[in-house]
Ligand binder design. Structure first.
Ligand code: MG
Ligand code: ZN
Length: 220
């Protein structure tokens, strides 16, 4: 019974996701779904990305949050267009929420749309939003056991960012094991190591985004 209900919800979601994907493709917008635990550093990463990318590519953000607009405010401070979705306790974003939020953006002008999902390692991975690719953020302080404990999010993500890499000396996080586990779960996953506070690794991740953005323009 429960399984059937879940299937129906996901089937309904997939219809909206396909509609979103079609609209984004028509407008030639690259869409990244940014996922990860609360406190993994999604918003801090987003700030760093926007500082590097938003002057080159017209970028907007959809912010998912349980109740507050705190993260959206941080994005607004960078003069980047942002739409806030409050899920009122809901633990993930779904494609219908994205469809509604996207209606308030000027899609004709956009090159890049970043969706910050609700902080959660579990169900955001199950909901296709119509994005081009998913990026999972895993911070060093969460522990190197998380890939094997929450494999779906890493299976679904094209990219994983190991954030707070500067804290490695203060933890027992084993980078080699984490990389091996990630590659076992998802053989071609791209792994970046970053520190938002020190700035490490941000340039190589932004270079990956630029390549993605440019190849999308060439593709049309
Ligand atoms: Mg956040
Ligand atoms: Zn959920």
């Amino acid at each position: 019974m429960e399984v059937k209900v879940m299937k129906n919800i996901l089937g309904e979601n997939d219809k909206f996701a396909e509609e979103n994907r079609k609209i984004f493709a028509e407008k030639n917008i690259l869409v990244m779904n940014l996922m990860g635990s609360p406190g993994s550093g999604k918003t801090s990463l987003l700030e760093k990305i926007l500082q590097k990318i938003s002057s080159e590519f017209k970028t907007a953000v959809i912010e998912g949050d349980l109740f507050t607009a705190k993260d959206a405010q941080r994005i607004e401070n960078l003069s980047v267009e942002v739409v806030q979705i409050n899920t009122s306790g809901g633990c993930h974003l779904d494609a219908q929420m994205i469809k509604r939020a996207a209606e308030s953006l000027n899609l004709d002008e956009l090159n890049f749309l970043i969706i910050e999902n609700v902080g959660n390692l579990v169900c955001p991975a199950e909901f296709d939003l119509g994005e081009n690719f998913k990026t999972a953020v895993l911070s060093i302080t969460e522990g190197d056991d998380k890939p094997l404990k929450y494999p779906l999010i890493f299976k679904e993500s094209e990219v994983v960012i190991l954030n707070k890499i500067d804290l490695i000396p203060f933890t027992n996080f084993n980078l080699k094991n984490a990389r091996e586990d990630l590659t076992t779960i998802h053989p071609n996953i791209k792994i970046f190591e970053t520190s938002c506070t020190k700035g490490d690794g941000m340039e190589s991740f932004c270079e990956f985004l630029r390549t993605r953005l440019i190849s999308k323009e060439i593709a049309l």
